[in-house]
Ligand binder design. Structure first.
Ligand code: SF4
Length: 305
């Protein structure tokens, strides 16, 4: 038994089995890249994190079509994870076609849609609500890349929207009654540990269902990677010890009913410049477990709200 609420535990409670994300790319772009907001993208972005995704056009899929084909998974144990770029950045009719196609596919127990809060409007929220009502037994999840609540960091990373936009998006998604998961980045330059904890504390009051905690990766091919290679000493890259301490604290702060989908990233092996210790994901997770154990932290035990 983990000291925090894992996604697999939550799935077993709600669906009686473990579910696996199957990363899909529906050929979308992002307003932070196509010039609508910016052309450069977020400073750390290497193309919308769709490195292991399969092109999806709405056709029925088989287990064998997926990049990660879990041996123990049966058809129906996968979630169609619309991962690459911004997956609500298209006309609503196209979104309806893609999402409904996945929800009708027996391979999938639901959909998870990664997007930006400024790309959820009344129309997309109404579509989510419609799908929620039409497929009550399926999981319908929206994943929002917030990363931080601090405007200084949001400006630095070129996120392209402010916190009230995120709050408006939450209102719409709550009305649609979908599962909401929020992505947070740990280790943004200029953020103190306390600033990271403030982001997590804030999320406790947002009525969200899950978080993904992700270490900031410095990747070759991104603007951040370029700046880092030019002058590595100007960045404080977290050590493994610092990261495990921060993650343990975040777990202690988070409401015990918020699912923690991720405690570190997979990184992009080839492109990763720093921190190199993050390549050994198993070791990182073991270190976090050890930190939780020696400090006797369980999820929610450090809440002081
Ligand atoms: S919003 Fe996502 S896809 Fe768009 S630039 Fe930022 S990280 Fe990349």
């Amino acid at each position: 038994m983990e000291r925090y609420l894992t996604f697999s535990h939550w799935c077993k409670e709600h669906y009686g089995r473990r579910l696996y994300r199957a990363a899909l790319s529906a050929g979308m772009t992002c307003p932070n890249r196509d010039g609508t907001i910016d052309t450069r993208g977020c400073i750390f972005c290497l193309g919308g994190s769709g490195d292991f995704s399969v092109a999806y056009e709405g056709k029925r899929m088989n287990k064998e079509d997926l990049v990660f084909n879990h041996r123990e998974a049966e058809p129906g144990d996968y979630i169609a994870y619309f991962q690459s770029y911004t997956n609500t950045y298209a006309p609503v009719e196209r979104l309806r076609f893609l999402f409904e196609s996945a929800l009708e596919d027996p391979l999938f127990a639901g959909i998870s849609v990664a997007t930006r809060p400024d790309c959820i409007n009344e129309e997309t929220a109404a579509l989510f609500k419609e799908l929620r009502q039409k497929y009550p037994e399926k999981l319908i999840m929206a994943e929002l890349g917030l990363q931080t609540i601090h405007e200084s960091s949001a400006l630095w990373m070129r996120r392209g929207y402010s916190l009230p936009v995120f709050e408006k998006c939450l209102e719409l998604l709550h009305e649609a009654d979908v599962n909401i998961t929020v992505h947070v980045i740990i280790g943004l330059p200029g953020e103190t540990k306390e600033m990271m904890y403030e982001t997590v504390r804030y999320l406790n009051h947002c009525g969200i269902d899950g978080v993904k905690l992700q270490l900031l990766h410095y990747l070759k091919g991104t603007d951040l990677g370029y700046l880092y290679e030019k002058d590595p000493d100007s960045f404080h890259v977290l050590t493994l010890e610092e990261y495990t301490e921060i993650i343990a604290e975040c777990i202690g702060i988070l409401n015990p009913d918020i699912v923690i989908h991720r405690l570190t990233g997979d990184g992009n092996g080839e492109a990763l410049l720093a921190p190199l210790w993050s390549k050994d994901k198993r070791h990182v997770l073991n270190m976090i477990r050890h930190e939780l154990k020696i400090r006797n932290i369980v999820q929610g035990c450090l809440r002081n709200d």
